[in-house]
Design a protein around this ligand. Structure first.
Ligand code: CUA
Length: 150
């Protein structure tokens, strides 16, 4: 007799659980968070701002660096003056890549079709490497980019 009660209780719990999942999936589908902007990875290079990657001056020693990560590169080397604040806007045209600049706190994951952003102020002159720290295929070890600060 008791077993039947627990069976019914378990059934109700399961139904409540599934409804919660269903409702949250519905809610998320209808209100995607704005930072989850998704671009079809195959159309990344035709979609602004990634159709025109590179460095753009947006203020007093302030730049926006639009980059497309793709097996196995980050695009053209960048050159900025010492003290420049760079707002990186990066997406991937294929798989998940890493985006890390050793010696700085720049370290993020680049997900295909999403606009991943991070800002860094380059106070010291030098040559900075951008390295991929997410395994992305046979060329992963060699995947790097360059930022020249002078
Ligand atoms: Cu790109 Cu590892």
């Amino acid at each position: 007799k008791y077993e039947k009660i627990w069976l019914v209780f378990g059934g109700i719990t399961l139904i409540v659980f599934l409804s919660v999942i269903g409702v949250s999936a519905f809610a998320m589908g209808h209100h995607p968070p704005s930072d989850m902007t998704t671009i079809d990875p195959e159309k990344v290079k035709e979609t602004a701002p990634f159709d025109d990657p590179g460095l753009k001056k947006i203020g007093d020693n302030e730049y926006e660096a639009v980059m497309v990560a793709q097996a196995f590169m980050f695009g053209e080397p960048l050159e900025v003056p010492k003290g420049a604040t760079v707002h990186f806007k990066v997406t991937s045209a294929d798989v998940v890549h890493g985006f890390s600049i050793p010696g700085t706190n720049v370290n993020m994951m680049i997900t295909p079709g999403h606009i991943n952003t991070i800002t860094h102020k380059f106070d010291e002159a030098g040559e900075f490497l951008i390295i991929c720290n997410e395994y992305c295929g046979v060329g992963h070890q060699a995947m790097s980019g360059k930022i020249e600060v002078n």
